[in-house]
Design a binder for this molecule. Structure first.
Ligand SMILES: C[S@@+](CC[C@H](N)C(=O)[O-])C[C@H]1O[C@@H](n2cnc3c(N)ncnc32)[C@H](O)[C@@H]1O
Length: 1023
């Protein structure tokens, strides 16, 4: 490909389809990469696939062919009415927008069209596989997709857990794809296992029985059925990697069951699902044992309401629990009354202020509890047991045996951990704090070592599974598996062990609405939980070992298919700052973003278990897990994990931020060196703070890149943004860069701005016509606008010798232009001319905000972006200009479990939504009582914003004093102000039909027209 060739992504991109399919992917369950192992902030496969294809392939240079390619890639968007069951079981019709065709939707990623793209890509690179690198691979979404497209992939991550996951997602499936070998004898001899195997192959009923009987596994006590034409003489069963992993998972489970069954007794023939616990403190007043309960709901569904009852015991030294099935419903009354009734019925002992003693009513504050916890005086009490009954889950009091078994587990621990390398995981948990460390509160409550995040019985179970997983490897080798197979299978068993740990820590909850156990990483944090639940790992319930085996095997089946004709993946654990292989065609990567996620501290939860399970598997694995915990920042080598975490810099926030930015700059330089002259770098940025984003863009430009494309791909769709789709928050911007020409010369600001305006206006029209709206519009325009600027190594100021125009200043011009363009469309009927001029910043902001979010709450991220685009800040709009008000979702109180919900997809993978942690909304005109009064000094002599004047007039009009209205109009020369007329008209259209706001605005508008004859109609713009 020629250096000058444009790539498809630099000209067009199927933004809407990619966003839709990326969001839809969150609902995928079996086989998806996110179901193999937790990794924070995994990118959607659909977005990764689309970006890779559009970056690897040249733009065809003509509309027709481009359209054909985009259709093949992403299909088209269709609206359908679908029947769905509502929460209360009714059938509802819903309008669904989805894609049809293309290869981005989950389930359409194989087939003829994908092959077409694979062939096209090979052809574009002279018949060979292009080389692709992801230096921050994490959970592997990008490299997996690059492999699927037939590229030669290098996947790098500094974190050994990520590296290990990458081996399991990419390397083993590729190496062992297309290989089959006989299933082990123990699997072939198990009717249960073989039944599952043959069922998965599609055999049913009689045919299934024939196969099982042919394998010497007839149903006990039944006559052998006969079917003509069905092969019954099968001697051995050849199976792929996924089935071998299932077989060995089954083997481990049988061994573990033999050791653990007595600790999970089955009472009355009903298998135990989970034990529910509450932590306890001693009341500072009456010394009673106080359970720390957030709620006493055990099950809260429309047709099933079960409550944990609680009363002081006779001596008032603690409480007695019971279970109330069929808890009463308040049939009549408002929602608030019903809520209050349920609260009285099943409220916990905890509130925001602390815990109330059920025996004497004394409140112990959160600080009291923290102090007790740090002194090691928290204990726990089993409150209830969940069992599998004949008609669903049942709840009952724990028996003496169950209580004593939980305690007895403690005595077995030393024996089990004596056999495990490195013993009990006593490495330190991360310390809580601000910035990145805000994710952790366990340490503050005395849970300062990893093993403390598990009850003794949980530790016993995990230790037992580790022991047998390790033993399985030896047995595999003895049974004739190659080193390669045995390593891969043991690796997947270790992955399943991590899944078990995720569902089997003492910070997992019982979900009374769904009646299932929630896992540790519901969001990417480790918060203390007051009441928690303990799973039965040897059962068949959600989160058990058996369930986990199935998830793991299903991923393998998917990956084997995806990678079956790929070239080898190179997976390395090293820093992205280091030099990479040279001659790369594409680097596509999703770097860590400032203090958003403390990857290594979080994932040490798994590191400590993997280190113990995998030790001795291969010299490479031992080297990766050599240290007690994963790498953080190495001050001596000036290298390490790139996150902004001031605790690694003695609390110095500036230093930490600068270190992150410097590290990223070095990564960009290293990427530059590895890329071929015509190569492309695509970087995914989370975009909460435009200023932080600008720093990274500056570093890219300094490293030698020209930024020439940016696509805001939506990967999250919370309820709020769903309702406001025009302003939906795209969670990431995919920035496209190419190498700057070596002979590039410095530019001049006036010429660069002119060029930018010329280029961008076409792009703005194009984006607008393509239906891109809201903050996405600003982000989509930013990349193409940057081309004019970044093609010069430096941009000098023509009128200020010796001075340069920085990225920030340049982007300030770009954003303002984009904002004016949008406001121009709001103020005019059909749009056309590109921008309005003369409208003040605050009014511009008001219109942008109102147009996109109305008067509803909006996430702060896009509001900051709009504010910056208008030369303002969120602080100014909340304070000095009194235009916005906070509406909640502020910084989460880590001690408050209310704030622990996170966004959890159905596959159990949680994502953090960057930039949405707080919300704001516009103040209504009524709330803005002082608007337009202009107290001396507020606006430093400049006129009040036009929107303030409108609001002032509305107050005056409402008060009924027309002479004051006229006086105000005259003294501010509004009668002949065209912009004022346009603004009034736009506000009328933005106001709700029939609202007082609209009526007032219409009256004022008519009055102004009557008085001055000024046209308040929208102007017709000339294109
Ligand atoms: C946003 S995540 C990548 C997620 C990935 N795209 C996925 O789909 O799972 C950023 C990754 O950068 C890794 N990382 C942080 N500092 C690094 C460094 N210096 N070198 C390489 N990887 C690093 C983290 O371990 C984390 O996995």
């Amino acid at each position: 490909m020629d250096i000058q060739d444009k790539r498809l992504i630099e000209v067009d991109f199927p933004l809407k389809q990619t966003s839709l399919d990326s969001v839809q992917e969150k609902n995928v369950r079996h086989g998806h990469i996110s179901t193999l192992h937790i990794w924070p902030a995994r990118r959607p496969l659909a977005a990764s696939r689309a970006a890779l294809i559009a970056t690897l392939l040249p733009d065809p240079g003509n509309d027709e062919e481009r359209k054909m390619m985009l259709d093949k890639l992403a299909g088209r968007i269709v609206e359908r009415v679908k029947k769905k069951k509502s929460a209360d079981g009714r059938n509802e019709e819903q309008n669904i927008v989805e894609t049809e065709g293309g290869i981005l939707h989950w389930g359409r990623e194989s087939g003829a069209d994908l092959q077409w793209f694979r062939d096209k890509i090979r052809e574009a690179y002279g018949g060979r596989a292009p080389k692709v690198l992801d230096p921050f691979s994490g959970g592997g979404a990008i490299p997996l997709e690059a492999m699927r497209l037939g590229c030669e992939v290098t996947a790098v991550d500094i974190n050994p857990v990520a590296w290990f996951i990458l081996k399991c997602t990419l390397e083993y499936p590729q190496r062992l794809a297309n290989q089959q070998r006989p299933l082990p004898a123990f699997a072939c001899q198990s009717r249960e296992f073989m039944e599952a195997y043959f069922k998965a192959k599609g055999l049913k009923r009689a045919a299934l029985e024939v196969q099982l009987t042919a394998h010497g596994l007839p149903k006990e006590g039944t006559a052998q059925p006969e079917l003509t034409g069905i092969e019954t003489q099968v001697t051995s069963v050849e199976a792929d990697l996924a089935w071998h992993v299932r077989a060995w998972g089954w083997w481990v489970l049988q061994q573990a069951k033999a050791d653990l069954a007595r600790f999970y007794p089955t009472i009355d023939g009903k298998p135990t699902v989970a034990y529910l616990w509450a932590r306890t403190v001693t009341c500072k007043n009456c010394r009673a044992t106080v359970p720390l309960l957030k709620t006493r709901w055990l099950c809260k569904k429309d047709n099933k309401r079960v409550v944990l009852t609680m009363e002081p015991n006779a001596e008032r030294t603690g409480v007695v629990f019971g279970v109330l099935t069929d808890a009463p419903v308040l049939k009549k009354g408002s929602a608030a009354q019903k809520g209050e009734h349920d609260k009285q019925l099943a409220g916990g002992t905890m509130s925001r202020s602390g815990v109330t003693c059920p025996c004497c009513g004394t409140v112990m504050t959160m600080e009291d509890i923290r102090r007790e916890a740090q002194a090691g005086r928290l204990s726990e009490i089993m409150t209830a047991v969940v069992v599998d009954g004949n008609h669903g889950k049942e709840y009952r009091r724990p028996t003496e045996e169950e209580i004593s078994m939980a305690v007895e587990a403690n005595q077995e621990l030393s024996k089990v951990y004596a056999e495990i390398p490195f013993g009990l995981p006593d490495e330190l948990t991360p310390k809580g704090g601000s910035g990145a460390s805000r994710a952790f509160s366990v340490d503050g409550y005395g849970f300062d070592k990893w093993y403390k995040l598990f009850t003794p019985r949980q530790l016993l179970a995990l230790g037992t599974f580790v022991k047998h997983t390790r033993a399985a490897h030896e047995v595999m080798l003895r049974q004739g598996y190659s080193q390669e197979w045995a390593e891969a299978m043991s690796a997947y068993l270790a992955i399943n062990l991590d899944r078990l740990a995720d569902y089997n820590s003492n910070i997992c909850n019982w979900d009374p609405n769904g009646e299932y156990i929630t896992h540790t990483f519901q969001r990417f944090a480790l918060p203390i939980k007051w009441d928690f639940s303990e799973i039965n790992p040897i059962s068949k319930t959600t989160g058990s070992y058996e369930g986990g085996s199935d998830w793991v095997a299903r991923y393998i089946s998917h990956a084997v298919l995806a990678n079956s004709s790929s070239s080898k993946a190179h997976v390395h654990t090293k820093s992205a700052i280091q030099a990479h292989e040279e001659g790369l065609e594409v680097i596509l990567t999703d770097p860590p973003y400032y203090d958003a996620i403390p990857y290594s501290d979080l994932m040490d939860f798994f590191y400590v278990w993997l280190r113990r399970t995998l030790y001795g598997l291969s010299p490479e694995i031992d080297a990766a897990f050599q240290k007690p915990l994963s790498p953080k920042w190495d001050h001596e080598r000036n290298d390490g994990e790139l996150i902004d975490d001031s605790s690694r810099f003695g609390g110095d926030k500036q230093k930490s931020k600068a270190n992150y930015e410097d590290g990223m700059a070095r990564v960009f330089q290293s990427c530059y060196k590895s890329l071929k002259p015509e190569g492309r770098l695509v970087i995914v940025f989370a975009h909460k703070h435009p200023d932080a984003w600008e720093t990274l863009v500056s570093a890219l430009i300094r490293a030698g890149f020209v930024v020439d494309g940016s696509w805001p791909i939506q990967t999250e769709m919370g309820n709020r943004t769903r309702a406001l789709s025009s302003a939906a928050l795209a969670s990431s911007v995919w920035l496209v860069c190419k190498k700057r020409a070596e002979n590039a010369r410095p530019g001049w600001d006036n010429l660069v701005l002119e060029e930018m305006q010329r280029n961008i206006i076409q792009r703005l029209r194009y984006f607008w016509d393509a239906g891109i709206r809201g903050p996405d519009f600003v982000w989509a325009a930013t990349g193409p606008a940057l081309e004019a600027y970044s093609k010069h190594p430096i941009v000098k100021k023509a009128n200020e010798p010796g001075k340069v125009m920085g990225v920030s200043e340049f982007l300030g011009h770009v954003r303002r232009m984009v904002a004016d363009f949008v406001v121009g469309r709001v103020l005019t009927q059909n749009g056309g001319s590109e921008a309005v001029s003369g409208l003040d910043d605050v009014t511009t902001y008001y219109l942008l905000h109102r147009y996109n979010f109305g008067m509803e709450s909006a996430p702060i991220g896009p509001c900051i972006l709009y504010a910056v685009s208008c030369n303002l800040s969120d602080g100014l709009l909340l304070g000095k200009y009194d235009l916005l008000v906070r509406t909640g979702g502020q910084t989460k109180d880590e001690d408050d479990e209310e704030g622990e919900e996170g966004t959890v997809d159905e596959a159990g993978e949680a994502e953090t939504e960057e930039g949405t942690s707080s919300t704001v909304k516009l103040k209504t005109w009524l709330q803005r009582k002082n608007a337009g009064m202009e107290p001396v000094g507020l606006f430093n002599g400049t006129a009040a914003p036009l929107i303030d004047k409108v609001h002032r007039l509305m107050h005056l009009w409402r008060a009924g004093d027309v002479s004051k209205v006229d006086e105000y109009l005259d003294s501010h020369a509004l009668g002949y102000n065209t912009l004022f007329g346009q603004l009034l008209q736009a506000l009328i259209e933005l106001a709700g039909a029939g609202s007082e706001e609209r009526a007032l605005l219409e009256s004022i508008s008519n009055h102004v027209k009557d008085r001055s004859g000024v046209m308040t109609n929208r102007l017709s713009w000339v294109d």
